[in-house]
Write a protein that binds this ligand. Structure first.
Ligand code: CU
Length: 453
């Protein structure tokens, strides 16, 4: 490579606004840039000569690259990381380049990429490029298409990005453990012709589940279904950043958790425009407000953004909760006053909860084990949100400038467009003749106990 071309390649990296320009640009390996924070990084502008709407990875970032002889070179480092799930809780995970998930790899259809993978884990690993069409020997299935990458070693993958789409990367080596520990990342291939799939904004998130015992920091790796943290990009509400939009927006989602997630967006009708199998022809799309994402699937949804503050969440209500015990009895309607008095003699701080539902947990400041998030939490402009896990807010504003991703604050509702309390008279509801409202009573019986009435 001539000095001039090398200079231009470096100049391109400056345009990226990343740390791609490096002291070691002359060295064999590209810099492995690491991040430790969980702030959403601004999108990386496309390099000179390429045109696309760059991805914003929620609470994440895009991997920098360098050009070598026309090839985009990336460097992933598999390593132990510390991830903040939300303020007040961190986890010891495995990830890439300082974080879980790893940085999003962004490139363009037709690009040739060379990806160095350095293994700083205590065990072997490999990287599978999920959904990408490539030579079999680049598929990253350790034992089948390559040897495992031993601890301390670096492997090189190189292939051409033959089609645009929404993909991901993850290990195919001790996979159960390495996925449970947080090893995954998004891989977005933009279309060469940006007019093919235009979007004004493009957000990306990966769904992943963890089982971290309250008070501890490291996920259990053998859990099959009973996870207690349901995350987007290894973050949980209220630690997930809001999505901000002005007009037309695309959201990419991939699911590397161990169950399906029906992702529901309020206030909009969207279409699934892309899967990890490719772009969906326009004639095959249908309108939706919820899309169920199966395990190992990717979905891109697109919609015309509508002004307001709109909830965006998994519709499994347990997945919008943080760590909790699931073996709780339903105490709705149970009078706990007497039992609470008796227990308080032994445990002065004891609180009886649940008789009127669990909403009180959203506001109560209960003592929790260290490094544990409340089950339901977060506040909006009207009070407690009573959410956790897979929940965020899409904030759409007319006045949001194109390319501006800053948080506009809470929505100002136009006069007359807000639900309000009725302040008129409250006559008794009319009922059909003979219909008397029933009062629910709860009759508690315990196995082996005598009937009591
Ligand atoms: Cu879910």
């Amino acid at each position: 490579m001539s000095n001039r071309r090398r200079f231009l390649a470096n100049a391109g990296a400056v345009v990226l606004g990343t740390a791609a320009v490096s002291r070691s640009a002359m060295a064999a390996l590209p810099d492995a840039v690491a991040r430790t924070g969980a702030d959403t990084q601004p999108p990386s502008a496309p390099p000179a000569g390429q045109h696309y709407t760059p991805v914003v990875t929620l609470n994440g970032w895009t991997a920098p690259f360098r050009m070598t002889d026309g090839i985009k070179e990336f460097h992933l480092v598999a390593e132990p990381v510390v991830r903040e799930f939300a303020p007040g809780m961190t986890a010891r995970l495995w990830g890439y380049n300082g974080q879980s998930p790893g940085p999003t790899i962004e490139a363009v259809e037709g690009d040739r990429v060379r990806i160095f993978v350095t293994n700083r884990l205590p065990e072997h690993t490999s990287v599978h490029w999920h959904g990408l069409l490539l030579p079999s020997g680049m598929d990253g299935v350790a034992g089948l298409t390559q040897p495992h990458i031993p601890a301390g070693r670096t492997f090189v993958y190189e292939f051409e990005l033959t089609r645009p789409g929404t993909f991901m990367y993850h290990p195919h080596s001790d996979e159960m453990v390495q996925l449970a520990m947080g090893m995954m990342g998004l891989f977005v291939v933009h279309p060469r012709n940006p007019r093919h799939h235009p979007a004004d904004r493009d957000y990306a998130l990966l769904l992943a589940s963890y089982d971290i015992e309250p008070g501890s920091h490291t996920p259990r790796v053998s859990t099959m279904l009973d996870f207690n943290l349901w995350s987007w990009n290894s973050r949980v509400f209220p630690g997930i950043d809001h999505l901000v939009a002005r007009i037309g927006e695309r959201v990419r989602m991939g699911n590397l958790s161990m169950t399906n997630h029906p992702m529901h967006l309020h206030g909009h009708v969207f279409e699934v425009t892309c899967t990890d199998g490719g772009w969906v022809p326009k004639s095959a799309r249908w309108p939706e407000v919820t899309v169920d994402i199966g395990v190992g699937q990717m979905r891109a949804i697109e919609f015309d953004a509508v002004a307001g503050d709109w909830a965006f969440h998994c519709h499994k209500s347990h997945h919008t909760m943080n760590a909790m015990g699931h073996g709780i009895a339903n105490l709705v309607g149970v009078d706990q006053k007497d039992i609470a008095r008796r227990i308080q003699k032994l445990i002065p701080d004891y609180m009886a909860m649940g008789s009127r539902g669990m909403a009180e947990m959203g506001e109560m400041q209960m003592p929790l084990p260290d490094n544990t998030l409340p089950m339901m939490t977060g506040t909006g402009p009207f009070g407690a949100l009573e959410m956790g896990g897979m929940f965020s807010v899409l904030k759409v504003r007319d006045e949001q400038r194109p390319g501006d991703y800053t948080d506009p604050g809470w929505y100002r509702h136009p006069p007359g467009s807000l639900a309000r309390e009725w302040d008129g008279e409250l006559p008794a509801p009319a009922r059909a003749a003979g219909a008397t409202p029933e009062t629910a009573t709860v009759d508690v019986r315990k196995p082996g106990a005598h009937d009591h009435h």
